[in-house]
Design a binder for this molecule. Structure first.
Ligand SMILES: NC(=O)c1ccc[n+]([C@@H]2O[C@H](COP(=O)([O-])OP(=O)(O)OC[C@H]3O[C@@H](n4cnc5c(N)ncnc54)[C@H](OP(=O)(O)O)[C@@H]3O)[C@@H](O)[C@H]2O)c1
Length: 323
């Protein structure tokens, strides 16, 4: 008997978790849907009700994860948390099943799901790390509106509608500037060094997931007026000499990756899918044997959040840890 709860069931990630559980035929016997308040088919979240479940997905915010997850974990409930609350905790694995399933052990009950941009990046970079090592990563992102939740998506649509009708645009609230017909080079707040919260997460979590604590990572994260799926332009320096053929072969053979040897791939083409697409792999210049550039794209609601979360449950089921 597997009882699963989704906290944040009315949000864009929560509803995607429910869809992915169904699509992948995860053998769930009972499912509870929770949000900040009750409505049709959805209960208000309470610690008491969550104790009745074997696995609890959190797709809400840091507040809910902080309030409910520690007690559940202490009781032996499996918690799979999409918020950033526990990601950088020592001894807590940050699992991408295709990349580091070996970090899961039988005692672990808490599974944070990493930042969506970092998951897409690491899925693309792990095969390269394996064949040539990685010394540095520089990345510029093109992140979609739904990365800021339902409010972000609604704000983009409202802005697009207002512009199309020649009306005044609603004031920006989910983003620091209006997003329609714009790009915004700020996701999260800036620290004294000038990096944003999202940029810090991408750097820290990429090092953790790739198991390379000394890896140099510099990110510029940018919001673009795309509905769903994040794109990333990436420049890497490998430890060892390599070439496009070898790195391309590694990408083509990697689980979870679609490698496009030629041509391009765009966010609209990958929306609603679960794989990370890599294209435009090239040497940085004709002589470069350790410096390469590439383009990667993935649906951040699915592989960057919900699908990765459900894959963690599937991994626990496959290992007999959750029955
Ligand atoms: N969007 C993405 O691409 C993405 C990717 C990776 C990770 N994440 C993370 O996933 C989480 C959910 O993000 P989202 O984009 O799905 O947000 P969202 O669309 O704004 O949805 C938030 C959900 O959380 C619920 N909620 C808010 N406060 C709550 C509380 N105190 N107790 C219980 N439920 C509460 C909301 O319920 P009501 O409807 O009742 O308000 C809603 O169901 C966040 O931690 C986010 O950082 C998001």
């Amino acid at each position: 008997m597997l009882r699963v709860a989704v906290v944040g069931a009315t949000g864009v990630v929560g509803e995607t978790i429910l869809r992915v559980l169904d699509e992948r035929n995860v053998p769930v016997d009972a499912i509870g849907r929770f949000a900040s308040r009750a409505r049709d088919g959805v209960e208000a979240t309470s610690a008491q009700r969550l104790r009745e479940f074997d696995v609890v997905f959190f797709a809400s915010g840091e507040d809910a994860s902080e309030s409910y997850a520690p007690e559940l974990v202490a009781r032996g409930t499996y918690v799979i948390d999409n918020s950033s609350t526990f990601r950088m905790r020592e001894g807590v694995p940050l699992v991408i099943p295709e990349v580091n399933a070996d970090t899961v052990d039988a005692r672990q009950r808490l599974f944070p799901v990493a930042n969506c941009t970092a998951i897409i990046l690491c899925t693309a970079l792990a095969p390269i790390r394996d064949v040539a090592g990685l010394r540095s990563v520089r990345v510029a992102t093109y992140q979609s509106a739904s990365g800021a939740g339902r409010a972000g998506l609604d704000e983009l649509f409202a802005g697009e509608r207002a512009i199309a009708r020649g009306e005044d645009e609603p004031a920006a609230a989910a983003f620091p500037r209006p997003l329609a017909r714009n790009v915004i080079p700020q996701i999260g707040s800036f620290d004294a060094s000038g990096y944003s919260g999202e940029e810090r997460k991408v750097a820290e979590e990429t090092r953790k997931m790739l198991g390379l604590p000394a890896l140099f990572v510099s990110a510029t994260t940018v919001r673009v007026p795309v509905r769903t799926a994040h794109s990333e332009a990436v420049w890497i320096e490998t430890e060892r000499e390599s070439d496009v053929a070898a790195l391309g072969a590694a990408l083509a053979a990697a689980p979870g990756v679609v490698y496009h040897e030629t041509g391009i791939v765009t966010p609209r083409e990958v929306e609603g899918t679960d794989l990370v697409h890599v294209a435009r792999l090239r040497r940085e210049d004709a002589d470069a044997s350790r410096r390469f550039a590439l383009w990667c794209v993935g649906d951040q609601l699915r592989k960057g959040a919900a699908t990765n979360a459900v894959q963690i449950l599937e991994l626990l089921l496959a290992r007999g840890l959750v029955e």
